[in-house]
Design a protein around this ligand. Sequence first.
Ligand code: CU
Length: 339
Amino acid sequence: MTRTQILAALGVTGVLTAGVLGFTDNAIRANKVQYIDFDKVVTATTPVYNARLTDASDAGIKEYRIPIKNAVIEIADGVKYDGWTFGGTVPGPIIHVRQGDRVRVNVVNESNMPHSIDFHAAQIAANVAYRMILPKDSVAFEFVAREPGAFMVHCGTPPVTMHIMQGMYLPIIVDPRDGWGTKADKEFVIVQSEFYTKPTADSNVVQADWNAEQAKQASYVVFNGRASQYKEHPLKVAVGDRVRFYVVNAGPNFNSDFHLVGAIFDRVYPDGNPAHALEGVQTYPVPAGGGVVFEAVFNKDGSGEGLYPFVTHSFADAEKGAVGMVQVGTPKQFTTMSH
Ligand SMILES: [Cu+2]
């Protein structure tokens, strides 16, 4: 709808006051639709899963087509796995909206078995929106993103642990209506999760190990779907940057004790809600099925040029792949890291 059409619909003619103009701007935004088909817009996973968060559009209605499809994914260097996915990648695509947006989803099951979708950012009748989607079937629903935060989206088809360990999750970021209170120079989304695997006849391919999952003996604990990928390909920021990390923990079982070696989090927003702000935090847990927003400033006089590993400080899990690197500026050498 154009501004003129909206003004006409509102019966507004003649000279407008500033107040009315503000109202109509909101009305225009509220009626603006952004449509993304995640069959066509696929997150880059090489050389690494693209963790950069792009700005949410100003459209008040955000519409997504989310295909469910099987895909071979790489969960560690050279280790292939038959995954079940939203949008062909693990994690699925990053969804970014603003508080108050109407979020419309159309989930199409292009795989050969039943699945479903569960949005933690929604307040909606689970039996309707999160119902089983049979192969070739789809489900469509709409919700208002009322709470800001970093939320998990996942398949909720029993056994849920199996569908999550197979890769069926994605993050949705809901920006607070009045912003985060600080201006971030770079923003990254990090989803922690576990894989439970056993070997196959092919040494490059592993398969799901249900017993290991029930015993909570993870083979890999990863950020954004692949063990240690950001160790080799660090997240790059500049000296002086304020960096915001949206950390969502898909589990299915473990907490993430999120920590940035060599820095202290300037701010932490549990649940990704600015009303929950903490300051000066070394480590903060992200529960399975939860999300937390972290901010750090890489000032010249503090955590300046250099390398900063980010880990879950539950170190058995970090050793299984939940470790990455932030590269601040262009440090001269990379060889003395102990993590
Ligand atoms: Cu599923």
